[in-house]
Design a protein around this ligand. Structure first.
Ligand SMILES: *[C@@H]1O[C@H](CO)[C@@H](O)[C@H](O)[C@H]1NC(C)=O
Ligand SMILES: *[C@@H]1O[C@H](CO)[C@@H](O)[C@H](O)[C@H]1NC(C)=O
Ligand SMILES: *[C@@H]1O[C@H](CO)[C@@H](O)[C@H](O)[C@H]1NC(C)=O
Length: 975
């Protein structure tokens, strides 16, 4: 027996006990000692559940019906009871990061799963159930204590059968698509609940949620983030008769106000964590919040809170995280910090005050916050210098003071003891950074953001001792130097580097190995003086901006980027040559492609159609030729298309209008496009700038131009393209925006629009083509157009008489056409007009007068021999005949205009003209006519016409306008 030893003896005993148990509860056994506890019916339930799922990575490979896999208690994610053999735990929840589940299991949530009635724990988080509803059979899980169905792509409502789960302590149904939740009455039956998460469910119709919460005596954790909760009426909720002791409460991202916030004071002696961010919380921060002395975290960011921080906050002796960013706080920082100086000083670890309107200097007393790890004061109005005592915050890991009008110099004495510092954000703060080159930094930074600080002119060599940064922004920092060789080898963790807007020169080395392997790099070296060939990039690079440098050589060298991660590529304004890169199918994630202002040529390959996500394509100022490939129509996300100044030819494709319905900017200037303007262009209802100038287009301007409705609407959306720049700190992304850049012909001059003000432009430029026919009168419904350029065509006919309603017009160029007739009077109503060019047409008659028109000189009107009156020197014939009798002169002109109009028989259009004519200097004439005071009507026919026209006018105008027009006939009009 000695050989067996003690351990073996125990094993034998265990076996004996197990064998005994087996026979007593009737579990079958296969081979000797290899007991199977699994209950057959439950095994079948699991197998059926597996059957309904796609298991991409074989997570359920241990689940099977084969003999050797028979014991379901040994299956992955399954646990059985030692005593009964029933399945009590099914945990398929995957480990995840920030809610990003791999969804490696997907399929149906079969109702039969809930036949596993003995389950105490069910975790299915992250399985994609493809918008299934929660089956009512869930009510049979009456032993369940823990239920996690978060991130499951479930939808519909929450079934009332949930009321049966009376043992439930933990419930997480967050991040699904429950949009039809009518009530939560079932909650009140679940009195064991301690933990509830319903984030992202639409609870907009549930208006008794506070009462239901009152009924849950054990509830400690409640998260209803983004649930469309509506405000509660505090009076209807009993204040004190609750035994609930909530410790953690998250009501962020709801439609709540201060009244709900005040209801929270019933939990004043229990709350440890409170999130009330991005609600609609306005006004001052409540003073009595300072009495929630158990609080450790307080999130009040993204609200409209005003004023300062109440003094009572100093009493929050447990508070560690205080989030007040993105509010309207406008106190003085010394006062704010002063109010926080109580026992809070010792506990506070994170202070978030970015994006407020806080003024004043950074006060010395900040040094007393000895636990501070994070200080965020970016985007305020802080002034003065950064006090050296900041260096006493020896626990500081992150400091952000970017975007403040601070001044002075930051030297090593500011940071000499900050050995834990990891993130330094001081962009756009006008600070000079002056670290001596031989300073041994006590810290290793991960995130360095010093854009627009003064670092140059030498490349900052203090960086040499930083070996761990992943994010570096030293843009616009006055560096006039080459990039030292050591720079690219400093950090093996480099992910994003921004050296843009300096005067950096030299040739770049091979960059393919300089970035953190397995991350997705972003590189911005734009606006420098770098030269030589494009460097070799890491294959998995995400964003590249090399614009405005002197790079030369073949663009095809970019084809080494094969990782498929490229979102953003801007190599514009260089001297690159070659054809359009033919490897574009490698870049199917691309959202922004800017190759403008280079020496590129050849056709655009058909493969461009594989860029489904493309939002912005800029190829202007190259020598591309041929037709635009039809496959570009696949890029239906395209908002910005600039092909200006190339040699593209053929017709303007109809599919531009049919397929690219998101287009906001279309630039086809200075190419060889010919044929008609396709009617389909009128389908571009989002278009704001349409530039087809300087081509060989012929035919008419389409009448359907009125369908370009974005030109008639005021609202201006910000048009930038969001893309994420990855960086590594907290495994996070740094949001980045690309704003479209364009060189726009504006008021006769080519101007660069780079700073987002493109979105205020609304331009139609069809100049320098061979367009014929009339200007469609419908064009005048484009009320928000600021520039209309139809010059240098062969247009005939008149200027639409109601052009005066395009009140936003700042520039109108109709020169060098064959337009004729009188200038409509309404043109004098264009009060913003600063450019008017009507020269070299066949206009006739008197130039209308008006305050704005009078600011233009003769050059706006020359080349129209029959045009007369100021500012031209040629006097009108009537002036000569009847000088000194202005009224008679006006009347003569009125008839001159009126009679041909009538005789043309264009009654309807004519009445429209009349409507405008009647508006201003002619109104007294009309009055005269109808009162027959001074004017002798030359004959009855004229009078009749006027009557007919007037009646027509009255009938045609809307009632509201009628009222206005009728005023014309009021006898009180004086003249
Ligand atoms: C069941 O048995 C396993 C292994 O023998 C043990 O680890 C576990 O704690 C037991 N569970 C219960 C609920 O007794
Ligand atoms: C269920 O799985 C998740 C993810 O692996 C894990 O975090 C959790 O602790 C598990 N629960 C149980 C009871 O094993
Ligand atoms: C709810 O529980 C009751 C009693 O335990 C039971 O009769 C009923 O079938 C359950 N409902 C569902 C849907 O399982």
């Amino acid at each position: 027996m000695k050989i067996l030893g003690e351990g073996s003896l125990q094993l034998v005993c265990a076996l004996v006990i197990l064998l005994h148990m087996q026979s007593s509860i009737g579990i079958s056994s296969t081979a000797a000692g290899d007991e199977v506890r699994c209950i057959e019916s439950e095994r079948q339930v699991l197998l059926a559940f597996k059957q309904g799922l796609v298991d991409e990575y074989g997570r359920l490979s241990s689940w099977g019906s084969e003999e050797e896999r028979k014991d379901c208690c040994k299956w992955e994610a399954v646990q059985c009871s030692n005593t009964t053999g029933h399945i009590i735990v099914l945990n398929l929840t995957t480990a995840h990061e920030y809610g990003s589940y791999p969804h490696d299991l997907r399929g149906n949530l079969s109702p039969s799963l809930f036949e596993l009635q003995h389950l105490t724990y069910l975790g299915l988080a992250g399985i994609d159930f493809n918008f299934s509803h929660i089956p009512e059979s869930i009510g049979s899980l009456n032993k369940i204590q823990h239920l996690d169905l978060s991130y499951c792509q479930l939808s519909g409502s929450l079934p009332s059968q949930l009321a049966n789960l009376t043992s439930l302590q933990y419930l997480d149904l967050s991040s699904n698509n429950f949009n039809n939740v009518k009530n939560l009455e079932w909650l009140s039956y679940l009195s064991s609940l301690k933990h509830i998460v319903l984030d992202g469910s639409d609870l907009g119709k549930v208006n008794n949620w506070p009462q239901l919460i009152n009924k849950l005596p054990h509830l400690a954790y409640l998260s209803l983030r983004g649930c469309n909760l509506q405000d509660v009426i505090p009076k209807s909720i009993p204040m004190m008769n609750s035994s609930t002791f909530l410790t953690e409460l998250d009501l962020g991202y709801n439609n709540l106000t201060a009244s709900t916030f005040h209801w929270l004071f019933k939990f004043i002696k229990s709350l440890v964590s409170l999130a009330f961010d991005s609600t609609h919380f306005q006004g001052l921060i409540p003073e009595n919040l300072g009495h929630m002395t158990y609080l450790k975290t307080l999130y009040l960011s993204y609200n409209q809170l005003e004023g300062g921080i109440p003094k009572s906050f100093g009493n929050l002796c447990n508070l560690r995280l205080l989030h007040l960013s993105s509010n309207h706080l406008d106190g003085m920082l010394p006062e704010l910090i002063g109010n926080l100086s109580g026992c809070l000083q010792v506990s506070l670890e994170e202070l978030h005050l970015a994006q407020n309107k806080i003024k004043g200097p950074l006060p010395e007393m900040i040094k007393n916050f000895s636990s501070l790890r994070l200080l965020s004061l970016s985007s305020n109005q802080l002034t003065g210098t950064v006090p050296k005592c900041i260096g006493l915050l020896s626990n500081l890991e992150e400091i952000y003071i970017s975007f403040n009008p601070l001044n002075g110099t930051i030297s090593e004495s500011h940071f000499s003891t900050l050995s834990k510092l990891q993130s330094l954000g001081m962009s756009s703060s006008s600070l000079s950074i002056n670290f001596s080159n031989d300073w041994i930094h006590p810290f290793q930074l991960d995130f360095i953001r010093l854009g627009s600080c003064k670092l140059g002119p030498k490349f900052p060599s203090w960086l040499k001792s930083q070996r761990k940064f992943s994010f570096l922004d030293i843009s616009a920092s006055g560096i006039s130097d080459s990039i030292p060789e050591w720079f690219w080898n400093l950090s093996s963790r480099l992910v994003h580097v921004n050296l843009s807007s300096n005067n950096i020169y030299g040739i770049l080395p091979d960059l393919s190995t300089k970035f953190w392997y397995s991350h997705h790099p972003g590189i911005d070296l734009s606006t420098n003086k770098l030269e030589g060939p494009l460097p070799v990039f890491p294959v998995n690079v995400t964003s590249i901006n090399l614009s405005k440098n002197r790079f030369s050589g073949l663009i095809s060298s970019l084809c080494t980027i094969t990782g498929g991660k490229l979102l953003f590529l801007d190599v514009s304004h260089n001297q690159l040559s070659g054809e359009f890169p033919d490897c574009i199918t490698q870049w199917t994630s691309l959202e922004i492609l800017n190759l403008a202002n280079n020496h590129l040529f050849g056709k655009i390959p058909n493969s461009i159609g594989s860029l489904y996500y493309l939002e912005s394509l800029a190829l202007q100022n190259n020598s591309f030729s041929g037709e635009i490939p039809q496959s570009l129509g696949n890029c239906s996300a395209l908002q910005f298309l600039d092909l200006n100044y190339n040699n593209f030819s053929g017709k303007i494709p109809t599919w531009i209008g049919e397929s690219l319905s998101s287009l906001i900017f279309l630039f086809l200037r200075s190419n060889n496009f010919s044929g008609d303007i396709p009617l389909q262009l009128c389908w571009l209802t989002e278009i704001k700038v349409l530039d087809l100038s300087n081509n060989n287009l012929s035919g008419n301007i389409p009448w359907c131009i009125q369908n370009l409705t974005a030109l008639a609407q005021k609202e201006s959306l910000t048009i930038d393209h969001f893309f994420a720049v990855p960086y590594i700190s907290n495994n996070n992304f740094y949001p980045a925006y690309y704003v479209d850049k364009a060189s726009v012909m504006w008021k006769g001059m080519e101007r660069d629009y780079e700073n987002g003000n493109l979105e205020n432009l609304r331009i139609i430029d069809l100049s320098s083509n061979k367009l014929t026919g009339e200007i469609p009168v419908q064009i005048s419904v484009l009320l928000e157009l600021v520039e209309l350029n139809l010059s240098k065509n062969q247009l005939t006919g008149r200027i639409p008489s109601n052009i005066g309603q395009m009140r936003q017009l700042e520039s109108l160029d109709l020169s060098w056409n064959q337009l004729s007739g009188q200038l409509p009077w309404s043109i004098s109503q264009l009060n913003f007009l600063s450019i008017l060019n009507l020269s070299y047409n066949n206009f006739s008659g008197r130039i209308p007068s008006g305050p704005q028109i009078q600011t233009f000189n003769a050059s706006s009107f020359v080349g129209n021999p029959a045009l007369c009156g100021l500012p031209l020197t040629s006097t009108c014939p009537e002036d000569e005949k009847s000088e000194g009798k202005p009224k008679d002169r006006d009347i003569a002109e009125f008839w001159k205009w009126f009679k041909p109009g009538v005789e043309l028989g264009a009654a309807v259009g004519f009445v429209g003209v009349l409507a405008v004519k009647l508006d201003h200097p002619w109104k007294h004439l009309c009055f005269l006519l109808f009162n027959n005071v001074k004017v002798r009507l030359s004959n009855l026919k004229d009078c009749l016409y006027l009557l007919v026209a007037t009646v027509g006018l009255l009938v045609r105008e809307h009632v509201s306008r009628l009222g206005r027009k009728l005023k014309l006939f009021e006898p009180s009009v004086s003249f």
